[in-house]
Design a protein around this ligand. Structure first.
Ligand SMILES: [Zn+2]
Length: 135
């Protein structure tokens, strides 16, 4: 393992700080969620929009929390800083910015490219025969 102990401790502190921050925001989002509904249509529409926003935000918080927790668990197991995909060490410059990173930059880009492709396939599927394949 190439990560120095003092660096590891700094990442751990960053992860714990992030965990607190996200947990606070998630608690806040939960408050928005139970806010009373207004009776007027416009307000109701606005509320349901905010409601959905709050839900998606909350889901965002949960997945963020999960990422942070996973990173902390990897730290305990001593596999922190290793890419889950290729096993290579994740660049320290990346870990400093995203201490909960699961993948190295290359694998992350790969995954994003795949996700973008999946999305494109989906829209081809949805639009059916009206869409002509490129190339
Ligand atoms: Zn990788």
């Amino acid at each position: 393992m190439g990560i120095k102990k003092n660096h590891l401790e700094r990442y751990r502190q960053a992860l714990l700080a992030k965990r607190r921050e996200v947990a606070d925001k998630a608690a806040l989002a939960a408050d928005i969620d139970v806010a009373p509904k207004a009776s007027e249509d416009m307000e109701q529409a606005l509320n349901s929009y905010e409601h959905e926003l709050a839900i998606s935000r909350k889901e965002g918080f949960w997945s963020q929390l999960r990422l942070v927790d996973e990173a902390l668990r990897r730290m305990e197991k001593g596999t922190y800083g290793l890419c889950l995909e290729c096993g290579e060490e994740i660049a320290p410059t990346r870990l400093q910015v995203v201490p909960w990173a699961r993948l190295c930059l290359l694998c992350q880009e790969d995954e994003e490219r795949r996700a973008a492709l999946d999305k494109r396939d989906e829209s081809y599927w949805l639009q059916g025969e009206l869409v002509e394949m490129e190339g």
